[in-house]
Design a protein around this ligand. Structure first.
Ligand code: FAD
Length: 404
């Protein structure tokens, strides 16, 4: 029996899958998305307001309706004090975004197929998604949006909602992007406090380990957050948020299907973020598929994450991982002294390698001499010819044979 034919089948309906499917359907492509769950996404998703504003029109979204925007965005470090960033931070209203993308998908004739994809295969110039119940969906292109694979390094966070406001921690109307001083403990792995007012007047506070290999146990982050809440006379007022994001999972490779979102390695190796990149990518894939077919769509996916940029950001992660609390604090104090466009480029997996290398070099230059030396020693331990070059050292020291 011939399998039904679509232009595109999307496996998975997280932010990457649903936005790509909605964009494809709206571009007039015969689209089906296989969704394991039909509920709005449970995680709290944030991105920069300008990223949402630039991605939203392509998805037919109204940025003011689908997200809460914050100002100021605050970073606190022991080394640099409080810095108020003018770049606004935003939190997606998942129920609104999810419903709007579903409407766009189904209103444009796209099909929502509840189920699980158990296999993908290429067959006679088309691709086929095999579902757990035995159904098969064939298409010119299958987008694999089933999420990222496991990694050895992870971002972890434990979050609690508290009755707001908590103005000594989170600025009114603003977002606390990172406070490296609030949870500082030289005997524990580096962790920062993250905080956002929610729509109901409560505030989400999270103890976050930015990046660690092996990952920091969630119980440790919970204990650190609980101690902080106790010190401020605060109590949890809702269910916890548990965050575990693999940071170094490679893109799914081999076999049929084109990965998008976390499956494509779009997760930023230092921040764990991928939602903005995925929202931006969906309409680009749709346009490429409509204009140039599957090869053009695969090209659009590759362009979302330039390989050299990914290599540099991966190196940046390796440099961050061994830093202790003081060095991490000093690193971010320096990083946020850079011009906004410089640090913003570092936080985007789609940036050019030159922009990322420039941010790395400028951060290095902005560090105090002791922290620069610390970073160089760390880079050298990594086998640092490349690292030293990126960090702006005129000439890398030759590696001695037999020394790692
Ligand atoms: C708690 C938490 C908070 C986060 N916060 C942020 C943030 O603020 N900003 C940010 O940018 N990133 C954040 N991230 C990281 C990252 O962006 C998310 O992991 C994001 O969900 C990745 O989107 P995705 O669509 O690629 O994959 P997922 O969201 O993992 O979506 C994959 C989807 O595919 C479905 N699926 C899986 N297997 C199958 C199958 N076999 N068949 C059919 N469907 C399948 C899953 O059910 C899921 O719906 C956070 C992650 C977590 C866990």
């Amino acid at each position: 029996m011939p399998a039904p034919h679509h232009d595109v089948v999307v496996a998975g309906a997280g932010p990457a899958g649903l936005s790509a499917a909605a964009a494809c359907a709206a571009a007039g492509l015969r689209t089906a998305v296989v969704a394991g769950s039909l509920s709005p996404w449970p995680a709290t998703y944030c991105l920069w307001a300008d990223e949402l504003e630039s991605a939203a029109p392509g998805l037919g979204l109204d940025p003011a309706a689908v997200a809460a925007a914050y100002s100021p965005t605050v970073v606190r470090t022991a080394a640099g004090g409080e810095r108020r960033l003018t770049r606004r931070y935003a939190r997606l209203r998942n129920d609104v975004v999810h419903a709007a993308l579903l409407d766009r998908l189904q209103g444009s004739g796209g099909e929502l197929v509840p189920g699980r994809v158990t296999g993908l295969r290429a067959e006679g110039g088309r691709e086929v998604a095999v579902l757990a119940d035995g159904r098969e969906l064939a298409a010119g292109l299958v987008l694999d949006a089933r999420g990222g694979g496991p990694g050895t390094a992870q971002q972890r966070a434990w979050g609690e909602v508290v009755a707001g406001p908590v103005e000594d921690l989170v600025p009114p109307g603003g977002a606390l992007l990172m406070d490296w001083a609030a949870l500082a403990d030289p005997a524990a792995p580096p962790a920062f406090l993250y905080g956002l007012p929610l729509d109901d007047g409560t505030v989400l506070l999270e103890a976050t380990s930015l990046a660690a290999r092996p990952p920091v146990p969630l119980a440790d982050l919970r204990a650190r957050l609980t101690a902080l809440l106790g010190a401020h006379g605060l109590r949890p007022a809702g269910g916890p948020e548990r965050v575990a994001i693999p940071l170094d999972a490679p893109p799914r490779a081999g076999g049929a299907g084109t990965p998008v979102g976390a499956a494509a390695g779009l997760v930023h190796p230092a921040t764990g973020y991928s939602v903005a990149s995925s929202l931006r990518l969906g309409p680009r894939v749709a346009a490429a598929l409509a204009d140039g077919g599957a090869p053009a769509a695969r090209g659009a996916v590759r362009a979302a994450r330039p390989r050299t940029t990914a290599g540099l950001l991966g190196l940046g992660l390796e440099v961050l991982l061994p830093l202790d609390t003081a060095a991490t604090d000093a690193f971010f104090a320096a990083f946020f002294t850079l011009p906004e466009r410089t640090w913003a480029a570092y936080l985007d997996v789609g940036s050019s390698p030159a922009a990322v290398a420039a941010a790395m070099a400028r951060t290095f230059t902005a560090l105090p001499p002791a922290q620069r030396a610390h970073l160089l020693r760390t880079a050298a331990r990594l086998g640092g010819t490349r690292a030293a070059a990126v960090l702006g050292r005129p000439r890398a020291a030759p590696r001695r044979p037999g020394r790692e």
